[in-house]
Design a protein around this ligand. Structure first.
Ligand code: ATP
Ligand code: MG
Length: 273
């Protein structure tokens, strides 16, 4: 049987009188890459935060790695947090700490590893995300936006997580960096059987990485399925997001696998817009 790594059932999230989520059901199986899409302010980051136990549902439940986040021992929850990695939307490095110290932090918090091993692990993670050793002593203000993102990714990988939460991981990266990010995640997925839940507006990343997509609209997931299933939905948000000009360009490489049929729907490859 497939193991469900994340299971969200009947989730409601309210901030005061505003209900951001109004009955969300979604599960993520081990090895899946689930991408969450939806308009700005639709509640994508909040849904990720729910999956990490950083928000409290006003109704419903969230289980991660078999543990109900709101009905468990605080110690169990603390141990659970070491099994997932997080890359927040803003990159969020500690500005007073160096690159090295930022990535070392989660390892030091384990209080179980000696200095030498921590040093090796940190340098290995930095190498993995393409940050050269000479940048390790720099503070975040001395890095480019793309480098901050990659260091934050290195930190999220520090504890070799089984599950990774990524919020707009490629926003602000140039196309080359986005592509190498995609390759890195692919590689980790194969090596570690990593499960990923990712929020992204970047259609190229979305198409390249996700095997399932969930579309958040008006407090609900209007579709959860493969890219093929999602693009066949008639929902106006989806039509606009995936089948607008940018969407079609991103879908071009996989268009023939989507069963979209009619020539009129094909991305314009010549002479057109
Ligand atoms: N702590 C909070 N208190 C009150 N309202 C909040 C809080 N966090 C989020 N919200 C509201 O919840 C809604 C969803 O926010 P969220 O950050 O999840 O959106 P998003 O889909 O990630 O948007 P974006 O694409 O712009 O990042 C917004 O209306 C936001 O103002
Ligand atoms: Mg967000």
């Amino acid at each position: 049987m497939t193991e469900q790594v994340v299971e969200v059932n009947g989730l409601w999230t309210r901030f005061g009188r505003h209900a951001v989520h109004r009955g969300i059901d979604v599960s993520v199986a081990r090895g899946d890459v689930l991408s969450l899409v939806g308009g700005s302010g639709s509640g994508k980051t909040t849904l990720l935060r729910q999956m990490m136990g950083l928000e409290r549902p006003s109704r419903g439940s969230v289980r991660v790695l078999g543990v109900d986040l709101h009905d468990c021992d605080p110690l169990v929850l603390r141990q659970l947090r070491n099994r997932w990695g997080v890359l927040f939307q803003e990159g969020a490095l500690f500005s007073a700490l160096t690159v090295f110290e930022n990535v070392a932090l989660p390892l030091e918090e384990l209080h179980a590893l000696d200095e030498e091993l921590i040093r090796e692990l940190v340098m290995m993670k930095l190498d993995m995300v393409g940050i050269e050793a000479r940048h390790a002593r720099k503070v975040p203000a001395e890095l480019s936006g793309g480098m901050v993102k990659r260091v934050a990714l290195a930190r999220s990988l520090a504890l070799e997580p089984e599950l990774l939460f990524l919020d707009e991981p490629t926003a602000g990266l140039d196309p080359d960096r986005s592509e190498s990010f995609v390759r890195l995640i692919e590689q980790l997925r194969h090596e570690l059987n990593l499960t990923v839940v990712m929020v992204t507006h970047d259609l190229d990343t979305l198409v390249a990485l996700s095997n399932r997509i969930a579309v958040l609209f008006d407090g609900r997931l209007v579709v959860v399925g493969t890219l093929r299933e999602v693009v066949h939905s008639q929902h106006p948000f989806i039509v606009n997001f995936f089948l607008g000009e940018r969407g079609r360009r991103a879908l071009e490489a996989v268009w023939d696998t989507l069963g979209m049929g009619e020539a009129g729907m094909r991305p314009a490859t010549q002479g057109g817009a």
